[in-house]
Design a protein around this ligand. Sequence first.
Ligand SMILES: [Zn+2]
Length: 145
Amino acid sequence: MNCPLCERVTKTQNHNYPYLIHEFKHSYLMLGEHQFYQGYSVLVAKEHYKEMSDMPLPLQTEVFQEMMKSSKAIESAFSPKKMNMCSLGNVVAHVHWHFFPRYDSDPQFYDPPWLRMKDFDAAKVSPEEARLNITKIQSSLLALG
Ligand SMILES: [Zn+2]
């Protein structure tokens, strides 16, 4: 199988992925490779499922709790006006969730974050910014317990 997210999971398991924030039981929380929205992160399921509804119910429930904890941690680290979460998977059909913190300063606050996709490349995260934002979210996770 040629799945970029399965490859990323393997890289992470081999300690070879630089943007890991946290390892949950069933998923990895990773900082997004751009920070157009400060704190943008992605939660990737460890196992390959096309749809979350394909997972056995206990797994769905636990992954959902990992999502909620991720969302809470990002929210408490960056104090956005609103959290946007989305799971599409049309491009990479491996269950993952995008967390887009949205701010008052956002000129298109009422639009879906993907409308600014063309600006994402210009906001590629630097190693320093990545370290800082990863540490912030890790601290929030610790505080959440
Ligand atoms: Zn996969």
